[in-house]
Design a protein around this ligand. Structure first.
Ligand SMILES: Nc1ncnc2c1ncn2[C@@H]1O[C@H](COP(=O)(O)OP(=O)(O)OP(=O)(O)O)[C@@H](O)[C@H]1O
Ligand SMILES: O=P(O)(O)OC[C@H]1O[C@H](OP(=O)(O)O)[C@H](O)[C@@H]1O
Length: 181
């Protein structure tokens, strides 16, 4: 059985990674949305995740519960090893990833593809403000980290999400074909 692709969705905070991932999954329900483990309070929403405390996260990392994990915005994020079960049965998996963890991801997964979502600074600022998950101070810090180069040598699809979400999703689905997402 051909393993599924780990599709790492990256881009600046507020660009629409989770929205694009959910849209792709609606069009291609045979794909799998990876549920991350995050040291974020449970009630904050924005994506479906497994909330844990920092000591819990550290114990999980020590015990080998993650394929890849990273820190950003004062939080810890982990991709659970259960993703390997999905990949091994040929399912393509969509994971909200960190640009800083792409090299580790490419090392960890055989079939690794990057979906790089971009948008203008003006779009990012208005979307983060409208989402309302972070404070204005946290939003300013996220915007300051909007530009980050991707590592060389990866298989990358870049798409703008400045326009309609449905159009971005349609372009993403088309770019991900003809493989069996
Ligand atoms: N094309 C779009 N047009 C209008 N609003 C959008 C579009 N894409 C996403 N949004 C909205 O922008 C906000 C940020 O989107 P989302 O949470 O998906 O971004 P993200 O990249 O996953 O952010 P983060 O990395 O901070 O979690 C959400 O409120 C979402 O509904
Ligand atoms: O800036 P880079 O390293 O690409 O991404 C860092 C982190 O920012 C976002 O976190 P959140 O989902 O907004 O909390 C991403 O999901 C990633 O985990």
């Amino acid at each position: 059985m051909k393993p599924g692709r780990l599709i790492a969705v990256v881009g600046p905070s507020g660009v629409g990674k989770d929205s694009v991932m959910r849209g792709i999954n609606e069009v291609l329900p045979q794909s799998h949305l990876v549920r991350r483990v995050i040291t974020r309070a449970p009630e904050l929403g924005g994506e479906v995740y497994d909330p844990v405390t920092v000591p819990e996260f550290q114990a999980m990392a020590r015990d080998g519960a993650f394929v890849v994990h990273w820190g950003a915005h004062g939080l810890h994020y982990g991709i659970p090893v259960s993703v390997r079960y999905q990949l091994n049965k040929g399912t393509d998996c969509l994971a909200n990833f960190s640009r800083g963890a792409l090299t580790a991801g490419a090392d960890a997964f055989d079939n690794f593809l990057v979906l790089n979502i971009i948008a203008s600074p003006k779009t990012l600022a208005s979307r983060l403000a409208a989402r309302g998950r972070e404070t204005p101070d946290e939003i300013a810090k996220r915007l300051a980290q909007a530009v980050k180069p991707l590592p060389q040598g990866l298989n990358v699809i870049t798409l703008s999400n400045d326009g309609d979400l449905s159009q971005t999703v349609a372009r993403a689905v088309s770019a991900l074909q003809p493989a069996s997402v």
